[in-house]
Design a protein around this ligand. Structure first.
Ligand code: GLC
Length: 817
């Protein structure tokens, strides 16, 4: 639809990065990128992110209250401070393997992000230093695994300084009260343990007893140390040129007030042609205020463990094992390398991060948002088939944040003793049945539905009445059914999935077409579940409700060529040709197909309108035309500038439903176009590095739309619902391998020019080796499948065909439609 603005920088031919697909990593060769490209290191409890240039942050459990080191995300694209290693050569030259903060020119440099690990390698003259960072799976510690290689002919002696800037734990508290609470901590060097320690003791911390003792240690002898940032950095200096490194001694200072840091110096001598390996560990012992002597004892035993020979290698192997388990349930080999790389490696990595951090913390996000209710329910859809135990636990926690009347909180803070957000939204609770369905379809475990678990108490402060999971799900539907508006469609309430749409429903009368469609979608799933668990009464009740919505939506919401998006408080349509702005919204078109609501002709017409009006070469706009904002109009839709965020950006999460819709309609050309144009590497290549700016491996929340001069700029990567739904769109709709209650359906939607593809999928304990073949040049569909040589009609692998098998071969031949 739109033409592209000319980009002064022009498209990048990826000179700055290279993927290693078998190794599932990316190597970056330029530290000076337009914005930090981060990797997350975490085992779910101790967490960190680190950028290609060393900018990083470490936190324990929650970035709200337990930040261990500082990051200045509000100074984006600035990227500091970090887990900095300084190499001081004998002639006084100082450099860092992460290039920054020293910025000393190096002869060779690379940053490599791989699952759960980032490695910086720098070489200056004959000296090469590699710094690998990862969280040890069995400990609350960030390992700095370092190798110093001497490529020269003479022995060399080097000083290695590790340095981090310590935080005051509570991010908001620090921002507001840092100048008082900088008198409430200690840093000191513990001679017995050779450990630089830090204990913060702000008495009003919400989880005072849990405050951790922070340690920074090495497996080598310590030459000097500091807990005093001013002493280590020096007056008028920054991390780029610390005086402690320059003078070759940290200063050995401790603090009871002021600006803390942890710095350590070790000295290594490396023989010619040899490599010396050493490690630093930056970790936490939780509960230090609650019981300090227990924490000290734990520190002693922990340090023995960390420093034991073999610990670092064993933990590296364990980390790789964890990721191996995560990748194993689904793998594929496709004729399109960009899609293959994204589907088999980077999207599943991204899904782990959204599962752990929701929309909360990144190089660009403050970390204050906790877990969005609808967000986590959707994120877990992509975890359900890879790690059902994790998704199940999170599902039960979601149910514990649901009120007995069926609606749910909007966000919760499991690690912060902070009240949930209780604004009432029309969709939050409606994502629950989808997750329940995904879990049962994957595992076959219908018992999940009879498990008992409490609602949230009515005042939002603890446990309420207990009910079965099934009762929780029915309550969710009851809430929607009891909140219908004048057109018999669900009321919008504070919002539906679109955060800002509530502004059209402030008087409580606005209605949401997307929620009506979402309701239809989950009613269909719930009817299947009710049948599977033999609840005939529910089947009848839900069929009645389904029929009512299937009548109401086409009766009131068809605008001639597409679906309106809702009705405002005055009963006027949103997203209609008669609207001044926002004449067409993406979600009510895509969800009509997902929910199978309206006739096929209507669904096709709606999706054709998407292609004609909303699609751009850089993704699909969320609505069109964008709403004007201040100062042009006295009242704005959302305050977002044209083409930004909710107001006409290419909102990537919403694009995923267009991919699914086109796959369901059997239109691979559009489905794959929509998919490919958002594959981050493809998007970056298309727009150019200086325009796109963000990581070519993590999804962006949105890309600025064509009505804005910055069209093509990716914003807020990693922490976006795009990840989970792209995973589902890719594996379950484009490649079509989708768990349903009666088995694993294999119904791909492949580009005409593809000859097929192969995939492996672990399903109910059996590794399926799937080969899909189709004639080139046609769009195919599946009429029968062959499982271990046995021909079966249909497209679904039934669980009993593979029961007890460790492995099975599935051959699928697609025939022309
Ligand atoms: C943001 C929110 C999400 C919402 C979406 C669309 O990503 O985190 O909850 O659904 O925006 O408004």
């Amino acid at each position: 639809m739109s033409t592209l603005p000319s980009d002064p920088a022009g498209p990048a031919e990826s000179p700055v990065y290279r993927f290693d697909d078998p190794g599932r990593s990316i190597s970056i060769s330029d530290p000076n990128l337009p914005t930090p490209w981060i990797n997350y290191l975490s085992h779910g409890s101790l967490q960190a992110f680190v950028s290609q240039a060393g900018g990083s942050c470490l936190w324990w459990r929650s970035p709200i209250n337990f930040r261990i080191t500082r990051t200045r995300s509000w100074m984006n694209p600035g990227d500091a401070p970090g887990f900095y290693l300084y190499v001081r050569e004998q002639d006084g030259t100082v450099w860092s393997p992460s290039y920054k903060p020293c910025e000393t020119p190096l002869d060779q440099w690379e940053a490599r992000h791989s699952p759960g690990m980032t490695t910086f390698s720098g070489r200056r003259g004959a000296i090469e230093v590699a710094q690998s960072l990862f969280i040890a799976p069995d400990s609350e510690t960030l390992v700095w695994d370092m190798e110093v290689t001497n490529h020269g002919t003479e022995p060399v002696t080097l000083d290695l300084f590790g340095y981090v800037e310590l935080s005051q734990l509570g991010f908001s508290t620090e921002s507001g009260w840092g100048y008082y609470i900088r008198h409430m901590f200690k840093t000191w060097f513990d001679q017995e343990h050779q450990a630089q320690l830090y204990l913060y003791h702000h008495e009003s911390h919400p989880r005072l007893a849990d405050i951790p003792l922070v340690y920074f240690v090495s497996d080598r002898q310590i030459a000097s140390y500091s807990g005093d940032r001013q002493e280590f950095l020096g007056a008028g200096r920054t991390e780029r040129n610390p005086v402690g490194v320059e003078r070759g001694h940290c200063g050995n200072g401790s603090l009871w007030c002021g600006d803390p840091c942890a710095a350590l110096q070790t000295t290594v001598t490396v023989a010619p042609g040899k490599t010396e390996r050493l490690a630093y560990f930056l970790g936490v012992i939780p509960g230090a205020i609650g019981d300090f002597s227990a924490a000290k004892e734990k520190l002693s035993s922990e340090l023995v463990r960390l420093r034991a020979p073999g610990f670092v290698d064993e933990q590296r192997a364990k980390l790789n094992g964890w990721w191996g388990e995560h990748f194993t349930p689904f793998d594929c080999k496709l004729p399109d390398v960009d899609s293959e790389r994204q589907i088999r490696t980077w999207t599943p990595i991204n899904c782990v991060h959204t599962g752990r951090y929701s929309r909360s913390f990144s190089q660009a996000a403050s970390g204050l948002r906790g877990f969005g209710y609808r967000d986590t329910a959707q994120d877990m859809l992509a975890i359900a088939y890879r790690r059902p135990d994790w998704a199940r636990a999170e599902f039960l926690r979601l149910l514990n944040h649901q009120f007995a009347d069926g609606h749910a909180v909007h966000a919760y803070f499991p690690d912060d003793k902070q009240a949930s957000w209780t604004s009432v939204h029309s969709d939050d609770h409606l994502w629950l049945p989808m997750l329940a369905y995904a879990l049962v379809a994957e595992t076959g475990d219908l018992d999940l539905l009879s498990e008992r678990t409490p609602f949230l108490a009515d005042d939002g402060s603890g446990k309420g009445a207990e009910a079965t999971v099934w009762e929780h799900l029915l309550a969710a539907l009851d809430f929607t059914e009891s909140h219908l508006g004048a057109h018999a469609l669900p009321l919008t309430l504070s919002s539906d999935w679109n955060d800002c749409i509530g502004r059209f429903a402030r008087k409580g009368k606005g209605e949401s077409v997307m929620v009506a469609q979402q309701y239809v979608f989950v009613l269909r799933q719930m009817i299947e579940l009710a049948r599977a668990c033999g609840d005939q009464k529910a089947v009848e009740l839900l069929i009645g409700r389904l029929q009512a919505q299937l009548n109401a939506v086409p009766a009131h919401c068809w605008d001639g060529e597409w679906w309106v998006r809702g009705f405002n408080d005055d009963g006027l349509p949103l997203g209609s040709k008669s609207s001044s702005h926002g004449q067409i919204w993406l979600n009510s078109q895509t969800w009509s197909v997902l929910a199978d609501c309206g006739t096929r002709e209507q669904q096709i017409s709606a999706m054709d309108s998407v292609a004609r009006i909303l699609d751009t070469p850089r993704g699909i706009k969320k609505l069109h035309p964008s709403f004007p904002t201040f100062p042009e109009v006295p009242e704005s839709f959302s305050g977002f500038s044209l083409g930004c965020g909710e107001n006409g950006a290419i909102f990537c999460h919403a694009n995923t439903w267009a991919i699914i819709a086109e796959s369901m309609l059997g239109r691979p050309e559009l489905a794959w176009k929509y998919f490919r144009q958002l594959v981050p590497h493809v998007a970056l290549q298309e727009a150019g590095l200086n325009r796109y700016q963000c990581e070519p491996y993590a999804y962006a929340s949105s890309i600025i739309g064509p009505e804005n001069p910055r069209f093509g700029w990716a914003t807020l990567t990693h922490v976006t619902g795009t990840a989970a739904w792209m995973d589902i769109a890719g594996t379950q709709y484009l490649l079509g391998i989708r768990p349903l209650l009666d088995g694993l359906r294999i119904s791909p939607c492949l580009p005409a020019e593809w000859p097929g593809f192969t995939a492996t999928r672990v399903y109910r304990g059996c590794r399926l080796e799937i080969e899909v073949r189709k004639p080139v040049g046609v769009v195919g569909h599946v009429a029968s499948i062959v499982v271990d040589g046995q021909v079966h009609p249909g497209d679904t692998v039934r669980p009993d065909w593979i029961a007890g098998k460790k492995c099975a071969r599935v051959e699928v031949t697609m025939t022309p439609v």
